[in-house]
Write a protein that binds this ligand. Structure first.
Ligand SMILES: [Zn+2]
Length: 488
C-alpha cells in the first residue's frame, strides 16, 4: 500500500482515501469497492447489509450517553468517473490511481482522482472506525453507480435505512450547504409523416443554425442562451406562412441533457420565392443576432443550395410539427420561491430528428423540477400540446426532486455550528440538476437531508484535485455536527 498521503491531516480520512485509490472503481465496476467496505465492516465488528443492486449500509451504535439522538445516515457513492489524459495509458478497471501532493492540493497523475466521491466514502469509514468520537447512532450508506445513472439510488428499497437525517458527502465546495436538487423526466415525442413527391418548380436549400454556446440543460438553463431547435423552427414557421416552404428533413441537438448548439433543416422553396427566402434568412439572422447579442456572439444562421430531394413531408404533418415545436415549452418555466435565484422548473427541447426510412420525427426533451407536482403539471402541458398536434408523447426515466426546506432542523443546526467554528455563515444552495438525495428522499420521505463536502476542483476531469486544508475543516465540522445532533 502506498504512503504518499501519510503526512496529511486528518490522517483518518487520508489513510482510507489512499487505500481507495488502490482499488479500481470506475462506474459500473464497483464490486471491489463494495467488498472493501464489507470487509471493513467485518474487521470492525459492525453490522452491515447489502441490497439487490449492491448498495451497502454499515451501522455503528451510538457512543455512551448519545443513544437517544437521531440516527444520522452518512452517504457517499462508491464509483468514480474514469477520465484520463490520452498519454496516461491508464486502465481504470485494473490500474490504481496514483495520488500526489502539489502545494495545497491532492491530484492524481494523468487521471481523475476519485476524490469525488472517495473523500466522502473515506470520511464515513473514518467515523465508523474511530473509537474516540462522540455521536448518536450512525448508518453509513454506500451507493453504486452515481455517475452514470444513479443506479444505486434508483434501486434503494424502503426498509433498507432506518435513519432520520441524511448527510450526503458529495458536494464540492467547502463552506456551502446544499438543501435541494431537481428531479427529471424524459419526454419522447414521435410524429409520423407521409412522404409526398417533391413539388415541381421548387429549389432545395439547407438551413443552418450554428455557433451557439449550448451548456448543461439544468445548471445553465437560466443563462438565457439560445436553443438551436427553437431558432430553426421559428424561421420555419415564417417560411411556411410567407414563402410556401416545404420541409424535407430536420435535425438538431444530440444529447438530452445539453442545450442544443446546432440545428439544420432541408427545405424546398417555390422558385418565384427564392429571392425572398434568401432575403428573409439574412433578416432573420440579423434579428436573432440582435436579440441574443449579449449571450450568443458567435451564432450564425444561413442557407445553402442543396441537392433536390425526391420527397417532402405531407403538408398536414409539416404544419403540426412546426406549430408544436414553435409553441413547445422550453427554458426556465418557474423560479423557486424557497431559494432566490434557484430555477424551480425547466425544460430543454434537446433533440429533433427526422428519419426518412421510418418516416418519423423523434423529439426528446428533459424536464426538471425540484417540485415533483410542478414537473407533473409540465408533463401534462406537453402531453396536451403534442396530443393536439397528433403526435405520440411518452414520458419515462422519472426521478424525484428535493424541494428546498429552508427551515430544516439539521440545516439550522449546521448553520449555527459553522458560524461558531469558522466565524462566518455558510452559503445555502440548491442545484437545478439531479443528486442522489432526490431519489433517496423519494424512497424515505421523512428524512431531513443536507449535502456538503470539502473543496474539489475540476471533478470528472484529469485535473480533478482536492484541497487539503478543506478536508480538515470538513472533518472538524462533521464531528462537531455529530456531537450536536438533536434528540430523537
Ligand atoms: Zn460525486
Amino acid at each position: 500500500m502506498g504512503n504518499i498521503l501519510s503526512g496529511l491531516k486528518p490522517e483518518a480520512i487520508w489513510k482510507h482515501f489512499e487505500e481507495i485509490c488502490e482499488i479500481p472503481h470506475p462506474s459500473k465496476h464497483e464490486l471491489k469497492m463494495a467488498e472493501y467496505v464489507i470487509n471493513f465492516a467485518k474487521a470492525n465488528n459492525l453490522e452491515y447489509e447489502v441490497d439487490d443492486v449492491q448498495n451497502v449500509v454499515i451501522r455503528k451504535p451510538a457512543t455512551p450517553g448519545m443513544e437517544n439522538r437521531k440516527t444520522v445516515i452518512l452517504q457517499g457513492h462508491l464509483d468514480m468517473v474514469p477520465q484520463a489524459n490520452s498519454d496516461a495509458n491508464h486502465n481504470f478497471e485494473k490500474d490504481p490511481i496514483k495520488p500526489r501532493i502539489e502545494g495545497e492540493w491532492v491530484k492524481a497523475t494523468g487521471t481523475t482522482l476519485g476524490a469525488d466521491n472517495g473523500i466522502g466514502v473515506a470520511t464515513s469509514l473514518a467515523i465508523l472506525e474511530a473509537k474516540d468520537l462522540v455521536h448518536g447512532p450512525i448508518e453509513a450508506l454506500f451507493t453504486i453507480d452515481e455517475e452514470t445513472g444513479m443506479t444505486g439510488a434508483f434501486g434503494l428499497k424502503p426498509g433498507f435505512l432506518k435513519g432520520d437525517i441524511l448527510m450526503n458527502l458529495d458536494s464540492e465546495d467547502e463552506g456551502e450547504l446544499f438543501i435541494g436538487c431537481a428531479g427529471g423526466t424524459n419526454a419522447n415525442i414521435t410524429f409520423k409523416y407521409n412522404k409526398k413527391p417533391a413539388p415541381k418548380k421548387h429549389s432545395a436549400f439547407k438551413i443552418f443554425v450554428k455557433g451557439l454556446k449550448g451548456g448543461h440543460s439544468g445548471c445553465d438553463i437560466h443563462l438565457g442562451r439560445a436553443n438551436s431547435n427553437k431558432l430553426l423552427f421559428r424561421f420555419l414557421k415564417q417560411g411556411e406562412k410567407n414563402l410556401g416552404l416545404r420541409l424535407v428533413a430536420v435535425e438538431g441537438g444530440n444529447l438530452r441533457n445539453a442545450i442544443p448548439r446546432e440545428a439544420y433543416a432541408v427545405v424546398m422553396i417555390p422558385k418565384e420565392n427564392v429571392k425572398a427566402f434568401e432575403e428573409a434568412i439574412k433578416q432573420y439572422e440579423a434579428i436573432i443576432k440582435m436579440e441574443f447579442a449579449a449571450v450568443e456572439p458567435d451564432l450564425s444562421i444561413y442557407a445553402e443550395k442543396a441537392k433536390s430531394p425526391k420527397n417532402v413531408f405531407d403538408k398536414s404533418t409539416q404544419r403540426n410539427l412546426i406549430n408544436a415545436i414553435f409553441v413547445c415549452p422550453n427554458n426556465v418555466i418557474r423560479m423557486s420561491n424557497d431559494m432566490p435565484g434557484l430555477v424551480e422548473t425547466s425544460t430543454n427541447l434537446a433533440i429533433v430528428k427526422s428519419d426518412d426510412k421510418t418516416k418519423k420525427v423523434e423529439i426528446k426533451c428533459l424536464l426538471r423540477s425540484s417540485v415533483d407536482s410542478s414537473k407533473e403539471a409540465l408533463e401534462q402541458k406537453m402531453a396536451a400540446l403534442f396530443e393536439l398536434a397528433g403526435a405520440d408523447c411518452i414520458f419515462d426515466g422519472q426521478y424525484p426532486g428535493w424541494k428546498p426546506n429552508p427551515s430544516s432542523p439539521i440545516l439550522t443546526e449546521m448553520i449555527d455550528i459553522y458560524e461558531k467554528m469558522f466565524g462566518k455563515k455558510p452559503e445555502i444552495k440548491a442545484i437545478h440538476a439531479g443528486l442522489e438525495c432526490g431519489l433517496i428522499g423519494g424512497v424515505f420521505p421523512n428524512l431531513d437531508m443536507i449535502s456538503f463536502g470539502p473543496t474539489i476542483k475540476f471533478p470528472h476531469s484529469p485535473d480533478e484535485q482536492c484541497n487539503i486544508e478543506t478536508v480538515q475543516k470538513f472533518w472538524d465540522y462533521i464531528l462537531e455536527t455529530l456531537k450536536n445532533v438533536p434528540v430523537k
